[in-house]
Design a protein around this ligand. Structure first.
Ligand code: SF4
Length: 321
Protein backbone atom coordinates (compact mmCIF):
# COMPACT_ATOMS: atom_id res chain seq x y z
CA UNK A 1 0.00 0.00 0.00
CA UNK A 2 1.49 3.41 -0.91
CA UNK A 3 2.21 5.64 2.11
CA UNK A 4 -0.27 8.33 3.05
CA UNK A 5 2.52 10.60 4.28
CA UNK A 6 6.05 10.50 2.93
CA UNK A 7 8.69 12.82 4.40
CA UNK A 8 12.10 12.86 2.71
CA UNK A 9 15.27 14.54 4.05
CA UNK A 10 13.26 17.20 5.86
CA UNK A 11 15.12 20.01 7.62
CA UNK A 12 13.71 22.85 9.69
CA UNK A 13 15.83 25.82 10.78
CA UNK A 14 15.01 28.90 12.81
CA UNK A 15 16.95 32.15 12.67
CA UNK A 16 18.78 33.03 15.87
CA UNK A 17 20.59 36.12 17.14
CA UNK A 18 19.30 38.57 14.51
CA UNK A 19 21.53 41.55 13.74
CA UNK A 20 20.26 45.13 13.88
CA UNK A 21 19.28 44.74 10.23
CA UNK A 22 17.20 41.67 11.15
CA UNK A 23 19.48 39.18 9.37
CA UNK A 24 20.18 35.98 11.32
CA UNK A 25 23.78 35.43 12.40
CA UNK A 26 23.13 31.78 13.21
CA UNK A 27 20.53 29.11 12.63
CA UNK A 28 18.94 26.72 15.10
CA UNK A 29 18.91 23.30 13.45
CA UNK A 30 15.60 21.99 14.80
CA UNK A 31 15.19 19.09 12.34
CA UNK A 32 18.02 17.58 10.27
CA UNK A 33 17.52 15.38 7.24
CA UNK A 34 14.57 13.38 8.61
CA UNK A 35 12.78 10.80 6.48
CA UNK A 36 9.71 8.85 7.56
CA UNK A 37 6.44 7.52 6.19
CA UNK A 38 2.99 6.68 7.53
CA UNK A 39 0.56 4.22 5.93
CA UNK A 40 -3.21 4.85 5.86
CA UNK A 41 -4.71 3.93 9.25
CA UNK A 42 -1.29 3.59 10.92
CA UNK A 43 0.06 5.31 14.06
CA UNK A 44 3.69 6.36 13.98
CA UNK A 45 5.05 7.41 17.37
CA UNK A 46 7.68 10.16 17.45
CA UNK A 47 9.59 10.30 20.72
CA UNK A 48 12.50 12.22 22.23
CA UNK A 49 13.40 14.73 24.94
CA UNK A 50 12.00 18.26 25.04
CA UNK A 51 13.66 20.43 22.40
CA UNK A 52 14.69 17.51 20.15
CA UNK A 53 12.67 18.85 17.20
CA UNK A 54 9.54 16.67 17.48
CA UNK A 55 7.05 19.53 17.40
CA UNK A 56 8.95 21.35 14.64
CA UNK A 57 8.77 18.21 12.54
CA UNK A 58 5.01 17.86 13.19
CA UNK A 59 4.42 21.50 12.30
CA UNK A 60 6.46 21.20 9.12
CA UNK A 61 4.36 18.19 8.10
CA UNK A 62 1.13 20.22 8.34
CA UNK A 63 2.95 23.22 6.84
CA UNK A 64 2.65 25.48 9.90
CA UNK A 65 6.40 26.08 9.55
CA UNK A 66 8.32 26.25 6.28
CA UNK A 67 10.88 23.48 5.81
CA UNK A 68 14.44 24.61 5.03
CA UNK A 69 14.93 21.53 2.84
CA UNK A 70 13.44 18.18 1.87
CA UNK A 71 9.95 17.22 0.75
CA UNK A 72 6.59 16.36 2.27
CA UNK A 73 4.26 14.25 0.13
CA UNK A 74 0.70 13.62 1.21
CA UNK A 75 -1.57 11.11 -0.57
CA UNK A 76 0.99 10.98 -3.39
CA UNK A 77 1.16 14.77 -3.86
CA UNK A 78 4.14 17.02 -3.09
CA UNK A 79 2.75 19.61 -0.65
CA UNK A 80 6.11 21.08 0.45
CA UNK A 81 5.58 24.45 -1.20
CA UNK A 82 1.79 24.64 -1.60
CA UNK A 83 0.21 27.98 -0.78
CA UNK A 84 -3.22 29.58 -0.24
CA UNK A 85 -6.19 27.69 -1.74
CA UNK A 86 -4.42 24.40 -2.66
CA UNK A 87 -2.88 24.32 0.84
CA UNK A 88 -6.27 24.99 2.45
CA UNK A 89 -7.74 22.04 0.54
CA UNK A 90 -4.92 19.73 1.71
CA UNK A 91 -5.37 20.90 5.32
CA UNK A 92 -8.85 19.39 5.23
CA UNK A 93 -7.22 15.99 5.21
CA UNK A 94 -4.27 16.84 7.41
CA UNK A 95 -5.13 18.16 10.86
CA UNK A 96 -3.27 18.83 14.10
CA UNK A 97 -4.18 18.41 17.77
CA UNK A 98 -2.07 20.54 20.12
CA UNK A 99 -0.56 19.92 23.54
CA UNK A 100 -2.29 22.78 25.31
CA UNK A 101 -6.02 22.30 24.74
CA UNK A 102 -6.80 25.57 26.53
CA UNK A 103 -4.37 27.63 24.47
CA UNK A 104 -5.64 26.14 21.20
CA UNK A 105 -9.30 27.08 21.90
CA UNK A 106 -10.54 30.66 21.58
CA UNK A 107 -11.80 31.56 25.10
CA UNK A 108 -14.38 33.95 23.60
CA UNK A 109 -16.05 31.24 21.50
CA UNK A 110 -18.40 28.63 22.89
CA UNK A 111 -17.41 25.04 22.34
CA UNK A 112 -20.06 24.73 19.63
CA UNK A 113 -18.71 27.81 17.85
CA UNK A 114 -15.13 26.52 18.06
CA UNK A 115 -16.07 23.21 16.45
CA UNK A 116 -18.33 24.94 13.90
CA UNK A 117 -15.49 27.27 12.87
CA UNK A 118 -13.66 24.44 11.10
CA UNK A 119 -16.89 23.45 9.28
CA UNK A 120 -17.35 27.03 8.08
CA UNK A 121 -13.74 27.61 6.99
CA UNK A 122 -13.99 24.59 4.73
CA UNK A 123 -17.62 25.33 3.75
CA UNK A 124 -18.80 21.88 4.81
CA UNK A 125 -22.34 22.73 5.96
CA UNK A 126 -25.01 24.50 3.89
CA UNK A 127 -26.91 26.18 6.73
CA UNK A 128 -27.26 26.71 10.46
CA UNK A 129 -29.43 23.64 11.09
CA UNK A 130 -26.87 21.32 9.46
CA UNK A 131 -24.07 23.03 11.35
CA UNK A 132 -25.80 22.53 14.74
CA UNK A 133 -26.53 18.88 13.95
CA UNK A 134 -22.93 18.24 12.82
CA UNK A 135 -21.45 19.90 15.92
CA UNK A 136 -23.68 17.71 18.13
CA UNK A 137 -22.58 14.61 16.20
CA UNK A 138 -18.89 15.51 16.64
CA UNK A 139 -19.26 16.17 20.37
CA UNK A 140 -20.92 12.76 20.79
CA UNK A 141 -18.10 11.15 18.77
CA UNK A 142 -15.52 12.43 21.30
CA UNK A 143 -17.61 11.43 24.33
CA UNK A 144 -19.05 14.85 25.24
CA UNK A 145 -22.66 15.78 25.90
CA UNK A 146 -23.92 17.85 22.92
CA UNK A 147 -25.99 19.86 25.41
CA UNK A 148 -22.69 21.49 26.49
CA UNK A 149 -22.14 23.18 23.12
CA UNK A 150 -23.12 26.60 24.49
CA UNK A 151 -20.49 26.56 27.25
CA UNK A 152 -17.07 28.19 27.14
CA UNK A 153 -13.69 26.40 27.28
CA UNK A 154 -12.91 27.52 30.86
CA UNK A 155 -15.95 25.55 32.07
CA UNK A 156 -14.31 22.24 31.06
CA UNK A 157 -11.55 20.08 32.55
CA UNK A 158 -8.23 19.58 30.71
CA UNK A 159 -9.31 16.17 29.39
CA UNK A 160 -12.65 17.57 28.15
CA UNK A 161 -10.88 20.47 26.44
CA UNK A 162 -8.61 18.02 24.65
CA UNK A 163 -11.74 16.16 23.48
CA UNK A 164 -13.03 19.46 22.06
CA UNK A 165 -9.69 19.94 20.25
CA UNK A 166 -10.08 16.45 18.76
CA UNK A 167 -13.69 17.22 17.72
CA UNK A 168 -12.42 20.34 15.89
CA UNK A 169 -9.83 18.25 14.06
CA UNK A 170 -12.42 15.58 13.16
CA UNK A 171 -14.88 18.16 11.81
CA UNK A 172 -13.18 18.22 8.40
CA UNK A 173 -12.92 14.42 8.16
CA UNK A 174 -9.12 14.23 7.94
CA UNK A 175 -7.07 11.21 6.89
CA UNK A 176 -4.09 12.06 9.11
CA UNK A 177 -3.90 13.86 12.46
CA UNK A 178 -0.60 15.11 13.86
CA UNK A 179 -1.07 14.77 17.64
CA UNK A 180 1.55 17.02 19.25
CA UNK A 181 1.96 15.90 22.88
CA UNK A 182 -1.85 15.60 23.17
CA UNK A 183 -1.80 14.07 26.66
CA UNK A 184 1.29 15.65 28.25
CA UNK A 185 -0.70 18.33 30.09
CA UNK A 186 -3.25 15.83 31.49
CA UNK A 187 -3.33 13.68 34.61
CA UNK A 188 -2.79 9.95 34.24
CA UNK A 189 -6.45 8.90 34.11
CA UNK A 190 -7.33 11.62 31.56
CA UNK A 191 -4.27 10.55 29.51
CA UNK A 192 -5.57 6.98 29.31
CA UNK A 193 -9.04 8.16 28.32
CA UNK A 194 -7.71 10.36 25.50
CA UNK A 195 -5.42 7.61 24.20
CA UNK A 196 -8.36 5.17 24.22
CA UNK A 197 -10.54 7.74 22.43
CA UNK A 198 -7.88 8.24 19.72
CA UNK A 199 -7.65 4.46 19.26
CA UNK A 200 -11.46 4.11 18.99
CA UNK A 201 -11.62 6.93 16.42
CA UNK A 202 -8.82 5.33 14.44
CA UNK A 203 -10.63 1.99 14.36
CA UNK A 204 -13.97 3.57 13.36
CA UNK A 205 -12.68 6.12 10.83
CA UNK A 206 -9.45 4.61 9.49
CA UNK A 207 -7.40 7.61 10.70
CA UNK A 208 -3.62 7.71 10.61
CA UNK A 209 -1.70 9.50 13.40
CA UNK A 210 1.72 11.00 13.82
CA UNK A 211 1.73 10.77 17.62
CA UNK A 212 4.36 13.00 19.23
CA UNK A 213 5.31 12.57 22.90
CA UNK A 214 8.32 12.71 25.19
CA UNK A 215 6.90 9.82 27.24
CA UNK A 216 7.77 6.49 25.66
CA UNK A 217 5.20 4.69 27.87
CA UNK A 218 2.38 6.59 26.12
CA UNK A 219 3.85 6.22 22.62
CA UNK A 220 4.39 2.49 23.14
CA UNK A 221 0.70 2.03 23.94
CA UNK A 222 -0.68 3.60 20.77
CA UNK A 223 1.96 3.19 18.03
CA UNK A 224 2.60 0.45 15.50
CA UNK A 225 6.05 1.90 14.71
CA UNK A 226 8.24 4.34 16.64
CA UNK A 227 10.82 6.91 15.52
CA UNK A 228 13.33 8.17 18.11
CA UNK A 229 14.63 11.68 17.55
CA UNK A 230 17.74 13.19 19.15
CA UNK A 231 18.91 16.73 18.44
CA UNK A 232 16.73 16.88 15.33
CA UNK A 233 18.05 13.58 13.84
CA UNK A 234 16.45 10.14 13.66
CA UNK A 235 18.64 7.82 15.75
CA UNK A 236 16.46 4.70 15.68
CA UNK A 237 13.21 3.51 14.12
CA UNK A 238 11.51 0.13 14.37
CA UNK A 239 8.16 -1.60 14.89
CA UNK A 240 7.07 -0.64 18.44
CA UNK A 241 7.38 -4.18 19.81
CA UNK A 242 10.93 -4.66 18.43
CA UNK A 243 12.08 -1.27 19.67
CA UNK A 244 10.81 -1.91 23.19
CA UNK A 245 12.14 -5.49 23.31
CA UNK A 246 15.58 -4.85 21.81
CA UNK A 247 16.58 -1.18 21.50
CA UNK A 248 19.96 -0.85 19.78
CA UNK A 249 20.83 2.82 20.15
CA UNK A 250 22.23 3.86 23.57
CA UNK A 251 19.85 6.84 23.66
CA UNK A 252 16.79 4.62 23.05
CA UNK A 253 18.08 2.21 25.70
CA UNK A 254 18.22 5.08 28.21
CA UNK A 255 14.70 6.24 27.30
CA UNK A 256 13.30 2.71 27.68
CA UNK A 257 15.06 2.16 31.00
CA UNK A 258 13.00 5.07 32.39
CA UNK A 259 9.63 3.51 31.41
CA UNK A 260 7.88 2.22 34.56
CA UNK A 261 6.96 -1.50 34.58
CA UNK A 262 4.18 -3.14 36.56
CA UNK A 263 5.93 -6.44 37.19
CA UNK A 264 8.85 -5.96 39.67
CA UNK A 265 10.52 -9.10 38.28
CA UNK A 266 10.97 -7.44 34.88
CA UNK A 267 12.21 -4.13 36.28
CA UNK A 268 15.00 -2.66 34.18
CA UNK A 269 18.12 -0.98 35.44
CA UNK A 270 17.67 2.79 35.02
CA UNK A 271 20.34 4.31 32.73
CA UNK A 272 20.93 7.94 33.61
CA UNK A 273 22.49 10.02 30.84
CA UNK A 274 25.11 12.56 31.91
CA UNK A 275 24.53 16.24 31.10
CA UNK A 276 21.97 17.86 28.86
CA UNK A 277 21.38 17.55 25.14
CA UNK A 278 23.73 19.96 23.27
CA UNK A 279 22.31 23.15 21.78
CA UNK A 280 20.86 22.76 18.26
CA UNK A 281 22.64 26.08 17.55
CA UNK A 282 25.98 24.30 17.67
CA UNK A 283 25.52 20.53 17.40
CA UNK A 284 28.66 18.50 18.11
CA UNK A 285 30.65 17.00 15.19
CA UNK A 286 30.35 13.29 14.44
CA UNK A 287 27.55 11.45 16.25
CA UNK A 288 25.29 14.06 17.88
CA UNK A 289 24.91 11.79 20.91
CA UNK A 290 28.65 11.29 21.58
CA UNK A 291 29.01 13.85 24.46
CA UNK A 292 26.50 11.80 26.52
CA UNK A 293 27.09 8.31 25.17
CA UNK A 294 28.51 5.81 27.70
CA UNK A 295 30.18 3.72 24.96
CA UNK A 296 31.46 6.46 22.63
CA UNK A 297 34.83 5.85 20.98
CA UNK A 298 37.17 8.03 18.90
CA UNK A 299 35.33 7.42 15.63
CA UNK A 300 32.06 8.70 17.15
CA UNK A 301 33.57 12.16 17.64
CA UNK A 302 34.52 12.48 13.98
CA UNK A 303 32.05 10.51 11.84
CA UNK A 304 28.28 10.93 11.66
CA UNK A 305 26.82 7.40 11.84
CA UNK A 306 24.43 6.70 8.95
CA UNK A 307 20.93 5.38 9.66
CA UNK A 308 21.30 1.77 8.55
CA UNK A 309 18.95 -1.20 8.55
CA UNK A 310 20.03 -3.91 10.96
CA UNK A 311 16.96 -6.09 10.45
CA UNK A 312 13.79 -5.60 8.38
CA UNK A 313 12.13 -2.35 9.45
CA UNK A 314 14.67 -1.68 12.23
CA UNK A 315 17.17 1.10 11.50
CA UNK A 316 19.80 2.58 13.82
CA UNK A 317 22.27 5.47 13.55
CA UNK A 318 25.13 4.12 15.67
CA UNK A 319 28.59 2.91 14.64
CA UNK A 320 28.48 0.17 17.27
CA UNK A 321 24.90 -1.10 16.92
FE1 SF4 B 1 27.37 6.24 21.03
FE2 SF4 B 1 29.16 6.21 19.05
FE3 SF4 B 1 26.83 4.96 18.76
FE4 SF4 B 1 26.92 7.60 18.77
S1 SF4 B 1 27.84 6.25 17.24
S2 SF4 B 1 25.49 6.32 19.85
S3 SF4 B 1 28.51 7.97 20.26
S4 SF4 B 1 28.45 4.46 20.21
Amino acid sequence: MPPLLEVRNLSVRYPARPTLLGRPTAWVRAVEDVSLEIAPGETLGLVGESGCGKSSLGRAVVRLVEPAGGTVRFAGRDITHLRSEPLRRVRRQLQMVFQDPFGSLNPRLTVGQSVAEALEIHRLVPDRAHRTARVAELLVAVGLDPGLADRYPHEFSGGQRQRIGIARALAVEPKLIVCDEPVSALDVSAQAQIVNLLQDLQRDRGLAYLFIAHDLAVVEHISQRIVVLYLGCVVETAPARDLLAAPRHPYTQALISAVPVVDPASRRQRLVLPGEAPSPLAPPPGCPFHPRCPIAEARCRAELPPLREIQPGHRVACHLA
